[in-house]
Design a protein around this ligand. Sequence first.
Ligand SMILES: Nc1ncnc2c1ncn2[C@@H]1O[C@H](COP(=O)(O)OP(=O)(O)OP(=O)(O)O)[C@@H](O)[C@H]1O
Ligand SMILES: [Mg+2]
Length: 205
Amino acid sequence: MGKFIVFEGIDGAGKSTQAKLLGKWFEERGYEVVITKEPTDTAFGKLIRKLVLTGGDEGIIDGARISYEAEALLFAADRAEHVNKLIKPSLESGKVVISDRYFYSSLAYQWARGLDLDWLIDLNRFAIRPDLVILLDLPVKESMKRINDRSIENEFDRIFELQKKVRENYLKLVERFSEMKIVNAFEDVKTVHEQIVALVEALLT
Ligand SMILES: Nc1ncnc2c1ncn2[C@@H]1O[C@H](COP(=O)(O)OP(=O)(O)OP(=O)(O)O)[C@@H](O)[C@H]1O
Ligand SMILES: [Mg+2]
C-alpha cells in the first residue's frame, strides 16, 4: 500500500503550493506520486464548481442558492468517485497520493454553514482515512491578503466571517481526527515545506 497525504486549510492557506512541493520531494526520492484535488475534475466536480463555487445566474453567489444539504451531498458524490476511481487504485499500486482537500473540508465548511457535524461525518464514512492530514493554519487576515485579487469586494465581510469560522472548525476537528497535524502556515513557503517534510519523514520511518 502507498501513502495517502491530504492538505487542508482555509482559502489561500498555501495548500496547492505545498502539495506541489511535497510531490516533488517524493519524486526526488523515487516514489510514484499522484497529486489530486477536491472538488475533482470529473463531471461531479464540474457541477460543484458551477452550482456552488461560482457567481452568475447558476452559481450560489447571486443565482440558484441550492440547499446546504444538497451541497454536502454533491461534495460527497464527487468524493465517492474520487475514492473509488483514483485514490484506492493508486494506493493499491503502491503510489503516494497527495490530495489538495478531502472530507475534512466538507466537515469544516458545511459545519460552518450550520449543518450537523455528526451527520456530515456519517455521510463521509465511506471515505478512507489518510495516513496524514496536514492542516495549514494561519490567520484569516493573512490568507485573504494572499488571495486578495481573487476575492469579491462587496462580499469581503461575509467571506471573512465564514473563513474565521472555518478556521476554528478545522482546529476543533484536530481533536477528533488523530491523523490531523497542525502546521503553522504563517511562515514563508520554504519554512512551511520544512515543517511538512518533518511530519512526512516521521510517517515514513
Ligand atoms: N507561505 C507563504 N507565504 C506567502 N505567500 C504564500 C505562501 N504560500 C503560498 N503563498 C501564496 O499565496 C497564494 C495562495 O496560495 P495557494 O494557492 O497555494 O493557497 P490554497 O490554500 O491552495 O488556496 P485555495 O484554497 O484558494 O486553493 C498564492 O499566490 C501563493 O503563491
Ligand atoms: Mg488551491
